[in-house]
Design a protein around this ligand. Structure first.
Ligand SMILES: *Cc1c(COP(=O)(O)O)cnc(C)c1O
Length: 399
């Protein structure tokens, strides 16, 4: 043997912290115990047990996506694989794609369309702003694209495209199919796939669904499926070919070995959403996120996005002068065992409000960790005022 056993490998116990960090960043988010337990099970990917589980996953997904579509598919891969599955199956080389670009993830959809050799028109939206419907209308008229790509929530800069329903309706009038990235928003705020006329909805595991990373879902409308099933060119992706995935998801036969443990985990995540119901879940997310925002502002900090375009699923906080985001995050995780996210662009830190993150006890711990760490690093924030504002907003009656 030329390559010997490495000598410096230690067990996971000695790498992982004794007390897990409270994951309050932009994903992955904490998972419920039932999701974690399901993720520890392996079963036959083609047996009757799996078939029953797949049926339930599809039924529950139809509720969570708010669609009657018979074309919801799972993907062994990150949210980005679901994005690529939607793009690869709907975007035909040389066709025109209008990509609304609000930030990092919406640009990724544009890049994926470019890699499909589409003619991509990027509608760049100023950082921190949502797209204007009139701008989309003008682009639809001018370019007549076959596909529009857009994010519901842009996790990277915490912007929400709040006019999504109107945008989808407009695109439909122009005979343009709509791909929506709802990775951070699905099940945290309203999205009605059928009612709004969306042709592909993308989600991942580790954000809105409060599940594990690496297993994702994508839903196609009947119109999208018609397009997919009548395409005559050969898709360049084999794993992401929706017609092949349909074999496993609807015809009980083999495509690739499904990520059974991850699908069991998604089953449990979806079941918890169904038990809670979407309306109760939306209300919990809105109340928690608004209360957190009130608490952050009462500390004496400011939020990055103005209220009308603000995403509630991920809250972006301006880093005050004199503070370095990196040092802040290190202090919060090192001293308070709370992890939040930095950013790839603007000078903000981000607190997630997705799934299990939206629990009052997690909010108090996070707000305290944020305020206390800032003060340790030289700020003079009003920590009691922040906590009081959080408490009062959590208890407010909603309209
Ligand atoms: C996180 C995220 C993605 C990518 O998900 P991965 O699992 O990291 O590939 C895509 N879109 C949005 C809006 C996201 O928040």
């Amino acid at each position: 043997m030329h390559i010997s056993v490495p000598e410096d490998i230690v067990p996971l116990d000695s790498i992982l912290p004794d007390e897990p960090l409270l994951m309050m960043g932009a994903g992955p988010v904490p998972i419920p115990a039932r999701v974690a337990a399901a993720n520890g099970i392996v079963i036959n990917h083609l047996g009757d047990t799996m078939a029953q589980i797949i049926d339930q996953v599809k039924n529950m997904s139809r509720y969570v996506f708010q669609t009657n579509s018979g074309h919801i598919l799972g993907v062994a891969g990150p949210g980005s694989a679901a994005m690529e599955m939607a793009v690869a199956n709907l975007v035909v080389p040389k066709s025109k794609v209008l990509s609304v670009c609000n930030g990092f993830f919406s640009n990724r959809l544009a890049e994926m369309s470019e890699r499909m050799e589409a003619d991509v028109i990027r509608l760049d939206v100023a950082d921190g702003e949502e797209v204007a419907v009139t701008d989309i209308e003008q682009q639809l008229l001018q370019h007549k694209p076959q596909i529009l790509t857009i994010v519901q929530g842009e996790t990277s800069n915490t912007v929400c495209n709040s006019e999504l329903a109107n945008i989808a309706a407009l695109a439909k009038q122009h005979n343009c199919m709509v791909i929506v990235d709802a990775v951070c928003t699905l099940s945290t705020m309203p999205l009605a796939m059928d009612e709004w006329g969306i042709d592909a909805v993308i989600t991942g595991g580790q954000k809105g669904l409060s599940c594990i990373p690496g297993v994702s879902l994508v839903g196609f409308s009947d119109k999208a499926w018609q397009h997919i099933s009548t395409r005559t060119d050969q898709l360049r992706h084999w794993c992401l070919d929706a017609k092949l995935a349909d074999q496993f998801w609807y015809k009980k036969s083999y495509h690739y070995t499904a990520p059974v443990s991850g699908i069991l985990a998604i089953h449990e995540a979806l079941r918890l959403i169904c038990n809670e119901t979407l309306s109760v879940r939306f209300e919990r997310h809105l109340r928690c996120s608004k209360a957190l925002q009130a608490g952050v502002e009462a500390l004496g900090l400011t939020l990055y996005v103005k209220p009308s375009a603000r995403l509630n699923s991920v809250v972006g906080i301006n880093v005050p002068e004199g503070i370095e985001a990196k040092a802040l995050l290190k202090h919060m995780s090192g001293i308070h065992r709370v992890e939040i996210s930095g950013s790839f662009g603007p000078d903000i830190v981000r607190i997630g409000q997705m799934g299990e993150q939206c629990r009052a006890h997690n909010l108090f711990r996070t707000l305290h960790a944020l305020g206390s760490s800032m003060n340790s690093l030289g700020q003079t924030l009003d920590l009691p005022a922040g906590v009081a504002a959080l408490e009062s907003a959590l208890n407010q009656k909603t309209a």
